[in-house]
Each structure stands twice: as C-alpha cells, then as structure tokens.
Write a protein that binds this ligand. Structure first.
Ligand SMILES: Cc1cc2nc3c(=O)[nH]c(=O)nc-3n(C[C@H](O)[C@H](O)[C@H](O)COP(=O)(O)OP(=O)(O)OC[C@H]3O[C@@H](n4cnc5c(N)ncnc54)[C@H](O)[C@@H]3O)c2cc1C
Length: 444
C-alpha cells in the first residue's frame, strides 16, 4: 500500500488516498472483505474526482490484466485493468478495432465500462457498454458474472455506474473487423455554428465517425466557426499500401507544469485561429492513421501539464435534439464572458444506452476545456448548468468536478433504480468515491 496524492486529469481536486493493487479475483475479494470504504481507479483519465477517495482506500486496477485470443466473431475477454492502448496494440495487427473509443487510448477497460464512454460513432454504434457481452464483478456480496440477459439490472447499473457497484475484474467485448489501419476522412470548415450544426444534423448519418471542433472565442457572424471531420474505416481497396500497424507510443512529453498564465485569452485565441486557418476549406477522402484520427492528443504525454498547477475544467453536457439552441446559447454565453476556452468538441448522440447512469441521450453533446483562473468561470458554469437543466440535458460524471448535488436526480432520472441495485449488491455502501460523496450519488 502506498499513500499518494491523487487527482483527475484536470488536476482540480486532489485527495490523499492509500493506493492498493490486486492481480486476481481472490486478491480483490480479500480487499473487499476488509469491510473498508473503497474507491476504484483506472488510468486516472476522468477529469474530476471519481477515481479517488479523500483519506481512504483506492484500488488501482492496473494489475487486473490478461487478454484472451480474439475469436472469429471478434469476442475478446480482457482484464479490467487492461488499457485500450494494450488491447489495440494486440488487436489492430490481427484486423480488429475497439467498437467505441474515447479521445484517448490511455483508459482502462474497467474505466471505459464504468463511465460507459462514447466516441465519434455514438450516433451509429452507441456507447462502450453496448458492446460488452458480459462482465465479471466483485461486489461485497459475492463474485457475479452479469450480462444484458443474466442479471441485466446489475449489468446496466455497472455500465456507467462509475465504479460504485464493485470491481470489474474482466469483461468480454465484441471488437469490430478492420481491413487497414487507416480512416478515410472528409474535412470541412464552417464559418459559424448554425452552418456546422445543420451539416451534422443532415449529413452525419452517412458516416460512422463524426466530430466538430468549435471555436468558442469568436463572436458575431463567426461565432462558433468550426472544422467538421467525418470518416469511415478504409478498406484494402481504398489505400495504396494497406497495412495494419499497432499504435506507437508518444514521441513527446510535457516535462513540467507550465506557468499558470500560459493559457490565457490571447494565447488560446491565437491557437484557435491557427487551428482554423490550417484546416482545409474542404477536403474529401484523406487517409489518416487510426491514431491521428481517434487519438491525436495521445501524441504528447502529460499534456494536461500545459494548463499549469491550477489545472482545468472539462465541462461536457448533452441536450436532446430539440434543444440544439442550448448549444448556441452556451457558446454565446462563453464567448461573451471573456472566459477562454480551447476548441470545443461538438458531437451528435444517437439512442441512449440502458445504463442507469449512462451519460449520452439522443441529441447534441459539447465538451469545453476551460483553464481554471478567470474569476468569471464559476458563474458562467453555473449559468450553463441552468441552461442544460432547463433543456432536459445532463452533465457527464467522468468529466465533472464541480456540479451541485441538487441537480443530479433531475439530470439522471434513473438514479433511484441505480441505488436499488447498489443496495442489493453493496448493502453497507463500501464502494464510494469523492465524486459519489460530493454528488450524493448513494443518497444522503
Ligand atoms: C484526452 C481525453 C479524452 C477523452 N475523451 C473521451 C471521449 O471522447 N468520450 C468519453 O466518454 N470519455 C472521454 N474521456 C474520459 C475517459 O474516457 C473516462 O473518464 C474513462 O472512464 C477513463 O478511464 P480510466 O481507466 O482512466 O478510469 P479512471 O478515470 O481512473 O476512473 C473512471 C471511473 O471508472 C471506475 N473504474 C475504473 N476501473 C474500474 C474497474 N475495474 N471496475 C469498476 N470501476 C472502475 C472508477 O471508479 C471511476 O469511477 C477522455 C479523457 C481524456 C483524458
């Protein structure tokens, strides 16, 4: 056991916790049998405080390894601590890709299921948990194998359940076949938010993957100008030299914390401007590697240190389709407040997963990276919370570090169903976290 100061990727909330490891179901059972409160941690890529417990015990899932052979239908069984990076390193050369990937490969399978992560293909393929056929879970009341057909309540409470139902020691996932390690990408620049949203609404269904980078620092006629990239896996016939290469480790690393003022309205505005100008006005069918298309940020290790010691907030919300206007008003509020924001990520969500606490709902999602520091930031975010609530939307637990507990039951109407399962498998409420306590996820 080691005592460590833990934080999420945004480095806003820190907690000193006792970190322990376990490499087998028996180890995890022995740990749970101690009867102490316990949080679970994967690779710490959540932005806020779900993978830490102030003054308490935290299980680091990193030793829960193992990857099975990949079956001919794509099924693979992996340990809860296996990272998507490790899985892809093995699977891509064999012609298989993960069915859903977040913007980084540096997440564990346990963390991907616990947050029910989504990717650029949510409008087509849904979220990660929808491709998990079964999972093994160590709860205080025993070791269970849950699937959408055997104990679906426990399965869907665990998918998106932020590590609060028990430890996912392994899971079986259905991978998707790929013929090459390239994606054929169409890129288009839009001068304002209305135009890019219209293009996404009418054209995204023609692509498996779609995402828009939105500039939230421009006002007036160019408010929300954006670069839209959409694509599909390239077939062997699409590229000159088809190959299936594993992703490469990052070549660059940010070696120390940047001065806190480095990312200020001026530098961020300049960055956003350059990003917009460099993008082609329109380019179709460009072959990009899987890493360039899905995980561009993984090229630089520890990039969160660029935000300095104060860290940054990632604010991600989703709203139903009919409330697309909320995206416009949120960006208006930001761009008029002077609060700097890096290029925001705008995506469309398809049908929701049955996960009780899963984040996506059909409609729009916007994710904003906001350096901590500007005095207006807390008020702006409180205003955004109200807009999202009024629109029937919600915030993402995997990104949150500041939401008020008062809003949670409205944003997540199946919270009571989740709590009922939690009481069944963990009657003493042993599994918890700073996030669970801050947001009263387990009741008061
Ligand atoms: C650059 C970047 C891009 C991202 N892009 C996206 C994106 O596009 N879409 C998206 O959905 N998310 C995205 N995320 C968020 C990230 O995918 C999630 O936060 C994910 O949960 C992180 O996995 P992790 O292994 O780091 O888990 P941690 O952050 O360590 O933990 C996350 C949650 O999982 C629980 N958990 C971890 N392991 C287990 C286990 N074995 N059993 C049970 N519970 C467990 C923890 O208790 C915690 O509640 C991004 C994050 C970064 C840093």
């Amino acid at each position: 056991m080691t005592r460590q100061r833990l934080s999420g990727w945004g480095r806003t909330a820190t907690a000193v916790s006792d970190l322990v490891t376990a490499s087998s179901v028996a180890d995890v059972r022995a740990l749970v049998a101690r009867g102490e409160h316990l949080a679970i941690r994967g690779l710490g890529r959540s932005y806020g405080d779900p993978a830490q417990l102030r003054g308490g015990l935290v299980l680091d899932n990193g030793d829960l390894g193992g990857i099975s052979a990949i079956a001919s239908d794509g099924l693979v069984t992996v340990g809860g601590g296996v990272s998507l990076d490790e899985l892809l390193t093995l699977s891509i050369p064999q012609g298989w890709f993960v069915p859903v990937t977040p913007g980084t490969r540096q997440v564990s399978v346990g963390g991907a299921i616990a947050a029910d992560v989504h990717g650029k293909n949510h409008h087509v393929d849904g979220s990660f948990g929808q491709h998990v056929t079964s999972l093994e879970l160590v709860t205080p009341t025993g070791v269970v194998t849950a699937s959408p057909t055997s104990d679906p309540e426990l399965f869907w409470a665990t998918v998106g359940g932020m590590g609060l139902t028990g430890v996912i020691t392994s899971a079986t996932i259905r991978l998707i076949p790929i013929e090459t390690d390239q994606v054929l990408v169409d890129t288009e620049r839009f001068a304002n938010l209305d135009d890019v949203m219209a293009a996404m609404q009418h054209g995204d269904d023609n692509y498996r993957y779609s995402v828009a980078w939105v500039d939230c620092m421009t006002r007036g006629a160019h408010m929300g100008r954006a670069i839209l990239t959409r694509g599909d896996h390239a077939t062997r016939a699409d590229v000159a030299t088809p190959q299936l290469l594993a992703p490469r480790p990052p070549k660059l690393r940010v070696p120390f914390d940047a001065p806190s003022g480095l990312l200020n309205p001026l530098t961020i505005k300049l960055f956003n401007e350059a990003w917009y100008r460099i993008a082609p006005k329109k380019r179709d069918g460009e072959a990009q590697s899987l890493s360039t298309f899905f995980h561009p940020l993984d090229g630089v290790a520890d990039w969160n240190r660029l935000y300095g010691r104060r860290g940054f907030v990632q604010y991600q919300f989703c709203v139903p389709d009919a409330a697309g206007e909320t995206v416009v008003r949120a960006i208006e509020r930001l761009s008029s407040s002077g609060v700097p924001s890096f290029l925001a990520v705008l995506k469309r969500f398809g049908a929701a997963s049955p996960g009780y606490l899963s984040f996506p709902m059909p409609g729009w999602t916007l994710a904003l990276d906001l350096p901590v520091g500007p005095s207006a930031l807390p008020d702006v975010l409180d205003d955004l919370d109200e807009m999202v609530l009024a629109a029937g939307g919600r915030l993402y637990f995997a990104k949150d570090s500041r939401l008020s507990s008062a809003h949670v039951a409205t944003m997540y109407p199946r919270l009571e169903d989740f709590r009922a399962v939690k009481r069944r498998v963990d009657p003493q409420g042993l599994f918890t976290s700073d996030l669970a306590q801050r947001l009263h996820l387990l009741g008061k």
